[in-house]
Design a protein around this ligand. Structure first.
Ligand SMILES: Nc1ncnc2c1ncn2[C@@H]1O[C@H](COP(=O)(O)OP(=O)(O)OP(=O)(O)O)[C@@H](O)[C@H]1O
Length: 244
């Protein structure tokens, strides 16, 4: 893959006539990279993620996904791009009338996978995240942490090119939180580019992944492998490889 998975160049975001939430943000995500996205509540983490799944257009600047400037996309292009992106929403967004297994199965059904394979894959993944006894459960009968794990399983089941997880360990204890992180790492080893937005500093400090730090509307990249060398994020040209 010669292109960058994500490229932001001088991106700003403002909701309506409100204050600027993100200001002149530039960074790139190379294929197969893994980043945490950190910043205080309200810093703009969810807004930044939205820009990466076509949930929000920048007020100014350029966002490119998989080498395509989102400003040049028509609505008809959206489904093909969205199929490449797995999203774990902060509020889960499970389909209420579908069982846990059928929620997880959605991306595979869209992709036309055989029903027998769907049931096997989804059952295995839900078992791995500790929900073997809840395959047929409706979301409303599950705890917040259980619903979160269903949402994570749905986001990763089709091995997306880009996984965006918004506070994915917010409702689970530390043991399950770590297990979910290992699931993201496994996916990352298979080539998925991963971004995990979190407030959980102790979780972040257990890993050496780069951190995208949102502070005062701006973004800095912090590399734990080179502490003290936090630097303003800079956009690369679309053809250059960007940071791994
Ligand atoms: N749809 C919207 N309309 C108006 N303002 C919004 C909208 N969505 C977010 N905001 C504002 O943008 C700012 C950043 O919100 P965002 O949800 O991106 O932050 P966050 O870092 O993800 O916060 P948290 O960690 O609490 O989830 C906040 O001040 C919020 O009120």
């Amino acid at each position: 893959m010669g292109w960058l998975v994500v490229l932001f160049d001088q991106v700003s975001v403002q909701y309506g006539a409100g204050p600027q939430i993100l200001r002149d943000i530039s960074f790139t995500l190379a294929p197969g990279s893994f980043h945490f996205l950190v910043g205080r509540s309200g810093a703009g983490k969810s807004s930044l993620l939205k820009l990466m799944y076509l949930g929000l257009r920048p007020s100014s600047g350029t966002v490119s996904l998989f080498g395509r400037d989102v400003a040049s996309l028509s609505r008809r292009d959206f489904p093909a791009i969205r199929r490449r992106v797995g999203v774990v929403f902060q509020d889960f967004r499970l389909i209420p009338h579908l069982s846990a297994l059928d929620n997880v199965a959605l991306p595979l059904r869209v992709a036309g996978v055989r029903e027998a394979d769907i049931r096997r894959h989804c059952g295995e993944l839900l078992s791995w995240v500790g929900l073997a006894d809840h395959l047929g459960a409706l979301p409303e009968t599950l705890s917040g942490g259980q619903q979160q794990r269903v949402a994570i399983a749905r986001a990763v089941i089709a091995r997306p090119n880009l996984l965006l997880a918004d506070e994915p360990t917010g409702n689970v204890d530390d043991v399950i939180g770590l297990r979910l992180m290992y699931l993201f790492e496994e996916l990352n080893k298979l080539g998925t580019t991963v971004v995990v937005a979190t407030h959980n500093d102790s979780l972040v400090s257990r890993f050496t992944h780069r951190q995208l730090r949102l502070e005062q509307n701006s973004l800095r990249v912090f590399d734990p492998a080179q502490p003290g060398r936090s630097r303003p994020a800079a956009a690369a040209s679309p053809s250059s490889p960007g940071p791994a």
